[in-house]
Design a binder for this molecule. Sequence first.
Ligand SMILES: Cc1cc2nc3c(=O)[nH]c(=O)nc-3n(C[C@H](O)[C@H](O)[C@H](O)COP(=O)(O)OP(=O)(O)OC[C@H]3O[C@@H](n4cnc5c(N)ncnc54)[C@H](O)[C@@H]3O)c2cc1C
Length: 397
Amino acid sequence: MNFQVSEAGTRLQQRSRRLAADFATRAATHDQEASHPLENYAALRREGFYSLNVPPEMGGEGVGLLNYSLAAEELAQGCPATALSFNMHLSIIGPLFESPIVPPDTKQRLADLVVKEQRLIAGNFSEPRTSGLLATYQPATRARQVAGGYQITGRKAFASMLEAADFCAVLAHPEEVDKPGAALLLMVPRRAPGRRVDEIWDTLGMRATRSDSLILEDCFVSQDAVLYQTDDILPFIRSGANWLWASYTAVYLGVAAAAYNAVRELVQERVPRGYTQPMAYHPDVRRRVADMSVDLEAARLLTYHSAWLSDTQGPTSETVAALFRAKYLVGEAGARITRTALTLGGAHALFKTVPLERLFRDGAVGPVQFPPSDYCLSSVGTLELGLDPSEIVPPLK
Ligand SMILES: Cc1cc2nc3c(=O)[nH]c(=O)nc-3n(C[C@H](O)[C@H](O)[C@H](O)COP(=O)(O)OP(=O)(O)OC[C@H]3O[C@@H](n4cnc5c(N)ncnc54)[C@H](O)[C@@H]3O)c2cc1C
């Protein structure tokens, strides 16, 4: 293990910390209302975050996964939902810029949209029946070639920040191609004809992501909406796993860090009646804090190290196993930390006005956020044992 945080990484971390302090002033309201944190997306735009992972030769900052993880961890401490939703933008554009198969003119078009026009892009691969249990990505949504472009029909699901983003990159199956893995990634503008939103997002946690359903009924997009076309989407997903999947890990690390910091402050301040020392002096409290600290630091190190491996080695088996390991630990440790923080906060922490209550709910989403904990373990086991995925018996008939 030989990674170091660069000066550029530290500067980005500080920029993110300043933004997070502002986000924190609105996090509770957006959570309660399950409303889009539009001011936060505007602030991220002003601070140049939309082009963080666009290559420098195309006008971006060319930030890799390690430096971005430092940023996401900070942003999430201010408003987890903002950090998670905004991540959709970077997670979609990252693999497109990094893929050698995406034509240079498509990359330039995307760079113009993101860098020059400062457009925000949501990403929607999921559908109501999408499951990590199926190792393939076969969208039921169909794209039919028509004069001048495509008509898309289908129901997408869990589309974060849909009404805040200028475009949503949607995965669809090209109707004329008779290959199950064939897919098209198409940019659907917010005002495209035949596009509407089913506002169903009323959830336990990550409420302000507003991950609603996107309904497309003969929705027309022009030919230049095509970002990527392939007969088999799986290699694209595998090689882009650093952004498509692993970039969410640091968001949940930030949720855990926020709960940890909040509860440390709380037990140092709260002096129970009849005592002169704050609760922090109680040995059980100390032990619980120590337990959280071990979990948090282990999760942080796995996240940074896996991101560094990804930046330096690309999508090798070692990197992919490390990314899954980190997501697993962050999801599980984050849920434990936010729960312990709530317990230490006691009944005082159960109020909607107390951040620990919200962080507990957001932390509970970590283990199910894609890739879910069970998926991570199953993948790490396969990689560590050197098993051939095609030889593994499907878990369901
Ligand atoms: C807050 C939030 C925002 C989201 N935003 C977006 C978005 O903007 N765009 C988008 O496309 N999607 C988004 N998603 C959707 C996300 O990627 C979903 O997880 C996905 O659609 C799969 O749904 P699922 O988790 O219910 O199902 P599943 O993948 O079936 O997972 C359910 C459970 O099945 C088990 N499982 C799944 N796979 C495996 C496996 N391989 N091995 C063993 N067990 C397994 C696990 O126990 C898992 O927790 C978002 C999700 C959340 C929570």
